[in-house]
Design a binder for this molecule. Structure first.
Ligand code: URA
Length: 236
C-alpha cells in the first residue's frame, strides 16, 4: 500500500488549478486550512487523513477506518471475486470501497480479518519487523509431538522463497489440536509448516493479531476497532 503523504505545495498543485509556486501566495492570504488551522508553510505534510480546505472548498476529507471481521469458511479474502462471496460482502460501512484487507486468510480458513484504509497502520500489522503475533488454532490430521515445538522455534526452510521462517511458538492443546503464533505471513505459511511433517491441516482459525482478539464477535460479523486496539498497533 503506497503512502499518500505529500508536501503541501505539491498537494495543492495536484488537487487544484493553482501551481506549486502559487502556494506561497495562498498561504500569505490565509486561504488554505489544514485540520481547521490556517496553513503556514509550503513544507507542511498532507497525509491521507489530513482535512484540507482551499478557499472554503474541501480538497481532502478522508477518515481513517479500522474494522475487524470474523470470516466464515468459503469467503475469499479479496475485494472482488467471480466465483465466491468475498469478505467485503460481510462489511457494511459507508467507506467500504476504500478498505483493503490486512493479511489475507485462505478460502477455508476462518477467523480474524482486519480491514482499513490506513496504509501506514496495515504495514505495521504485516511487517515481520514489528513482531506482532498472529495466533491460529489448528486442527491436524495426525497426532502432534514435542518435536514440532522445537522445529517451529528454530524455523523451517521454504525453498520457493529461499527463506527460513522466523521463530514461531507452538502450544500443543491435544493430540490433534494446537495454538500457533507467528510474526510473519508467508503464502499458506501455517499449512506449509505442518506440511514439513506431512501433517495435513484440517481446520485453521485465526484468533488474534497482537492484542486484537476475535472473542465476542460472532461468525460473519464485523465491528469497528476500539481506540485502544488501534493504538496498540500504532505504538507497537
Ligand atoms: N496460513 C495458512 O496456511 N493459511 C491461512 O489462511 C493463514 C495462514
Amino acid at each position: 500500500m503506497k503512502s499518500r503523504t505529500s508536501r503541501l505545495d505539491r498537494f495543492i498543485s495536484q488537487n487544484s488549478t493553482f501551481s506549486l509556486s502559487d502556494t506561497r501566495l495562498l498561504l500569505a492570504q490565509k486561504r488554505i486550512f489544514l485540520d481547521g488551522r490556517a496553513a503556514h508553510s509550503i513544507q507542511q505534510k498532507v497525509t491521507e487523513f489530513t482535512h484540507v480546505v482551499l478557499d472554503g472548498r474541501c480538497l481532502r476529507d478522508n477518515r481513517p477506518v479500522y474494522l475487524m471481521l470474523n470470516k466464515p469458511r468459503g469467503f475469499v479474502s479479496a475485494t472482488k471475486d467471480t466465483r465466491h462471496s468475498t469478505v467485503m460482502d460481510l462489511v457494511h460501512h459507508p467507506q467500504k470501497h476504500e478498505l483493503h484487507i490486512v493479511g489475507r486468510l485462505d478460502l477455508n480458513t476462518t477467523g480474524l480479518v482486519l480491514l482499513t484504509n490506513d496504509g501506514a497502520w496495515s504495514r505495521k500489522v504485516s511487517l515481520p519487523e514489528t513482531k506482532l503475533e498472529k495466533t491460529y488454532e489448528v486442527t491436524l490430521s495426525r497426532p502432534l509431538t514435542d518435536e514440532y515445538i522445537r522445529v517451529f522455534r528454530e524455523g523451517i526452510y521454504f525453498a520457493y522463497e529461499d527463506i527460513t521462517t522466523r521463530p514461531a511458538h507452538l502450544e500443543i492443546l491435544s493430540d490433534y489440536t494446537a495454538r500457533l503464533s507467528l510474526v510473519e505471513g508467508k503464502y499458506h505459511q501455517v499449512k506449509r509448516m505442518f506440511g514439513f511433517f506431512q501433517n495435513e491441516v484440517l481446520a485453521l482459525h485465526r484468533v488474534s493479531v497482537g492484542h486484537i482478539s476475535l472473542e465476542g464477535l460472532d461468525e460473519g460479523h464485523c465491528r469497528q476497532l476500539t481506540c485502544e486496539e488501534i493504538a496498540a498497533i500504532e505504538n507497537q
